[in-house]
Design a protein around this ligand. Structure first.
Ligand code: FPP
Length: 225
C-alpha cells in the first residue's frame, strides 16, 4: 500500500460557508483558518511530510478590498500567534508565490517565519500566497533560457518554487467545484485528485483520513500498465 508523502489542498468554499452560516464571507475565512489548524495536526498524525495549502491566488486580488484586507489580517495574525507553536511541533514553513505584492510588514513576517522554522523536519508546510502556476512555469522557462541550459523536465523542475519537493500524491479540492484554478499545474500531472462537496470550514479529520485510506488502495501506474 502506498502512503502519501505530499498532500496539496485547494481550500474552497469559505465564502459560501460564511454566507450560509454567518451572513458574512469573511467569517467563513475565519472559520476556514480553524480547519487549517486541524488539518495541519492531522497531517502530522498521518505521517505525511509535505502539505501545500492554496491560501491566496494571483486572481484573489480581484476581490473587494474589504475581503482582501481581511484575508491579509488573518494571515498576519496566523503568523504572529501560531509560528511558535508550529516551530515547537517541528514544522518548517515555506512560501511559494510572489510575496512582493504583500504589505512590507507581512513580507517581513513571512521571511522571519521561514528563517525561524528552517531547521525543522517533521512537516514542510507550504503556503501558496499570490501564487499562480502559469506565471511560475513561464518564469522557470525564462530563467532556463537566460542560463542557456537545455529545457527538459528536470531543468524545469529545478526552476519552479517547488524545487526539491516531491510532487503531490494527492490533491484535495473542497467546495463542490471541479477545477484546478491555476494551482500547481506542472506538479499535479500524476496526482490523485479528490473533489469534495463540503465547504472548507466543514472539512474534518475524518474526511481527510478517508481520502488518505482511499489513496492507499489506488494502484498508480504513472502512464505504464
Ligand atoms: C477560497 O474560498 C479560500 C480562499 C481564497 C482563502 C483561503 C484562506 C483561508 C482558509 C484562511 C487563511 C489561511 C491561512 C493559512 C492564513 P472562497 O472564498 O473562494 O469561497 P467561495 O468559493 O465559497 O466564494
Amino acid at each position: 500500500m502506498n502512503s502519501p508523502k505530499h498532500v496539496a489542498i485547494i481550500m474552497d468554499g469559505n465564502g459560501r460557508w460564511g454566507i450560509t452560516n454567518k451572513k458574512s464571507r469573511n467569517l467563513g475565512h475565519k472559520e476556514g483558518l480553524k480547519t487549517v489548524e486541524r488539518i495541519i495536526k492531522s497531517t502530522i498524525k498521518n505521517n505525511i511530510k509535505y502539505l501545500t495549502l492554496y491560501a491566496f491566488s494571483t486572481e484573489n486580488w480581484k476581490r473587494p478590498y474589504f475581503e482582501i484586507k481581511f484575508l491579509l489580517n488573518l494571515l498576519e495574525s496566523f503568523l504572529n500567534e501560531k509560528i511558535d507553536e508550529l516551530n515547537e511541533n517541528g514544522i518548517k514553513l515555506k512560501i511559494i508565490g510572489d510575496i512582493k505584492k504583500f504589505p512590507n510588514k507581512i513580507q517581513f513576517r513571512l521571511k522571519s517565519a521561514q528563517r525561524k522554522t528552517d531547521k525543522n523536519k517533521k512537516l514542510l508546510l507550504i503556503l501558496a500566497l499570490n501564487y499562480g502556476s502559469k506565471s511560475e512555469i513561464i518564469n522557470a522557462i525564462k530563467s532556463i533560457k537566460t542560463k542557456k541550459i537545455i529545457i527538459n523536465e528536470s531543468t524545469v523542475d529545478r526552476f519552479l518554487y517547488t524545487k526539491g519537493i516531491p510532487n503531490p500524491d494527492i490533491l484535495i479540492r473542497t467546495g463542490n467545484t471541479n477545477r484546478l484554478s491555476n494551482f500547481l499545474l506542472w506538479q499535479l500531472s500524476y496526482s490523485e485528485i479528490f473533489f469534495v462537496k463540503k465547504m472548507w470550514p466543514d472539512f474534518n479529520e475524518r474526511d481527510y483520513k478517508n481520502i488518505i485510506e482511499k489513496f492507499k488502495k489506488i494502484k498508480r501506474n504513472f502512464g505504464k500498465i
